[in-house]
Design a protein around this ligand. Structure first.
Ligand code: ATP
Ligand code: MG
Length: 269
């Protein structure tokens, strides 16, 4: 099964998250199968990164979005474990600083876009500006509602300049989030991960789901597609994200650069 096609939000399609079961595991029957496939996928990702770096013409941007405790950090830790840190950068976007707020919302995003040959991972992104910002009305509706079109133009610009964009939504259920937040409270080694602020966001769950649906409906495009990953099962989340990234890199059909000199004339003495 081509997971990319299976989990992608078709451009122009309506999105109803209640139609996507966070417990489902399309393409995999059990954990053993997924863990074995993940090992291979991670190894292949490493090879493809090497090729991307060698080619030095294009870059890959992976946008990760999700509710709290849905596993953004765990996904980065596991799926990116086979990458060379030298060609890979993770950027986490928090509430904007005063300087960032003094610019347009894409300013800080553009600066973090991966350079040619590299892989960039956004842990949260410019989509926060149509998610938390919309849910809590941090700016008025006439301002945030224009951002979908602004995002599409921005992403088209990047893609025409060699940035391959994949946008990934880790989809967990509200019950699964409760379980994970409670686990953070119980386990002393994970207390530090508990943020009382997450409870405030949890209260707005339905508003967030609506905001995510609209963001994916408005902004899933051929050049920058959204993917909905059923993420209640961590083993499925990991293999799905890894596969999507490695399938996308495969499709880029990268080539090692040809030497700019005649190899037969060179002697290393
Ligand atoms: P962790 O798993 O470590 O909690 P996190 O991504 O939740 O990771 P936090 O520092 O807890 O990191 O939260 C960042 C917060 O910043 C989130 O609530 C997010 O919605 C918020 N945020 C990000 N971008 C913006 C933005 N443009 N405007 C307002 N808030 C934002
Ligand atoms: Mg948090």
């Amino acid at each position: 099964m081509n997971l990319m096609r299976e989990l992608m939000v078709k451009p122009g399609a309506r999105v109803k998250l209640s139609d996507h079961d966070p417990e489902s595991t399309p393409g995999f029957r059990n954990k053993e199968e997924a863990v074995e496939a993940l090992e291979k996928s991670i190894a292949r990702l490493g090879e493809l990164q090497f090729l991307l770096y060698a080619e030095d013409k294009r870059s890959l941007l992976v946008v990760l979005q999700a509710m709290d405790a849905a596993g953004k950090d765990g996904t980065v830790r596991k799926v990116m474990s086979g990458l060379n840190p030298q060609g890979c950068e993770v950027t986490s976007f928090k509430a904007p600083s005063t300087e960032e707020r003094d610019h347009d919302f894409l300013w800080r995003i553009h600066k973090a876009v991966p350079r040619k040959g590299e892989i960039g991972i956004f842990n949260r992104s410019h989509y926060e500006d149509v998610l938390i910002v919309r849910v809590h009305e941090l700016v008025p509706k006439p301002v945030w509602s224009k951002r979908y079109a602004q995002i599409n133009t921005f992403e088209k610009n990047l893609s025409e300049n060699g940035v391959k964009i994949l946008k990934i939504f880790l989809h967990i259920s509200k019950a699964e989030q409760k379980k994970r937040l409670e686990a953070r409270l119980k386990d002393p080694t994970r207390n530090w991960k508990f943020d009382p602020g997450d409870l405030k966001e949890r209260k707005c769950w339905d508003d967030y789901m609506k905001a995510y649906e609209d963001a994916m409906e408005e902004c899933s495009t051929e050049h920058a597609p959204w993917f909905i990953i059923p993420a209640n099962k961590k083993w499925y989340r990991n293999i799905a994200v890894s596969r999507i990234i490695h399938e996308a890199l495969e499709e880029m059909d990268m080539k090692f650069p040809k030497p700019a000199f005649d190899l037969s004339k060179i002697v290393v003495d």
